[in-house]
Write a protein that binds this ligand. Structure first.
Ligand SMILES: [Zn+2]
Length: 268
């Protein structure tokens, strides 16, 4: 009691949240909403989320979408098999740099980049940010560098990391507090990928903000209690992460999902 809103006019925290989309994926429903009888066997269109958090100590980009090269030819960049699984609709304007420009931000205005994980729809634009501190889990980098066979094609794209040597990558091991004041915390989950993490932030008006990454794809998955599609490297951890998202919603946190379903897609 008494902690909430005690600063009255703007405590340490996220002042504004901007949701951006790096285009859309048309995916088999059974991967995005496994167990949803209404959409089973069909295709759902999902957004590819990226988020900019305005914080008094720097602007933080959460995830970077797909690589710029995918705007012209995803099959050439990812290979035919990966491009046929999740069919991408992306124009050059959808890439992270252009989406930020549309909001009035330059690349240099982003001082921190958080990658929830390194799948090709989250880490593809990381090389656009050579001046930022780029946070990722040590375990995730290891998983991406030597992917297990079933999580290679369509999950990790080695070309996304080809320029990583020139970036300011900060490998973290477990939970991490970016500013050391509890206002933006990275929560290790594993599950959907070996080193998956979520972002849990405080807003300057005293609220709580959760960016679950792929711990829970979208509102429908949350409402129906669905896990991200199989194969999942760590099913038990994925389940725990889903429960953590549910608990955050239950205590009133604002949640921004990474793969919102485009309304009307597959009639859901
Ligand atoms: Zn994803």
């Amino acid at each position: 009691m008494g902690e909430k809103n005690k600063s009255g006019g703007g405590g340490a925290g996220v002042k504004r949240v901007h949701a951006m989309s790096c285009g859309f994926f048309d995916f088999p429903s059974d991967y995005i909403l496994p167990g949803d009888e209404e959409s089973a066997g069909g295709t759902v269109r999902i957004e590819i989320g990226m988020f900019l958090l305005e914080h008094e100590r720097g602007n933080i980009l959460i995830d970077t979408g797909c690589a710029v090269e995918c705007a012209s030819d995803p099959a050439a960049y990812w290979g035919e098999e990966a491009a046929a699984w999740g069919r991408l609709s992306m124009s050059r304007d959808d890439a992270a740099d252009m989406q930020l420009a549309k909001l009035g931000f330059r690349i240099e205005d982003v001082s921190h980049v958080v990658l929830t994980h390194l799948h090709l729809d989250h880490a593809g634009g990381m090389s656009l940010f050579p001046g930022a501190s780029i946070y990722m889990q040590k375990k995730e980098l290891a998983a991406a560098m030597r992917p297990e066979p079933e999580f290679s094609t369509g999950y990790y794209e080695p070309k996304d990391f080809a320029g990583a040597g020139g970036l300011n990558i900060i490998e973290i091991d477990g939970d991490f507090d970016i500013f050391g004041d509890g206002s933006v915390r990275l929560i290790f989950t594993g599950g959907h990928s070996r080193g998956h993490q979520m972002v849990l932030a405080k807003t300057s008006d005293g609220g709580e903000l959760l960016l679950p990454g792929d711990a829970c794809f979208n509102r429908r998955a949350l409402d129906l209690g669905l896990m991200p599609g199989a194969p999942i490297p760590e099913p038990a951890a994925a389940k725990t992460a889903c429960e953590a998202v549910r608990a955050a919603v239950a205590r009133g946190a604002r949640v921004e999902f990474s793969h919102t379903i485009v309304a009307g897609s597959n009639n859901i």
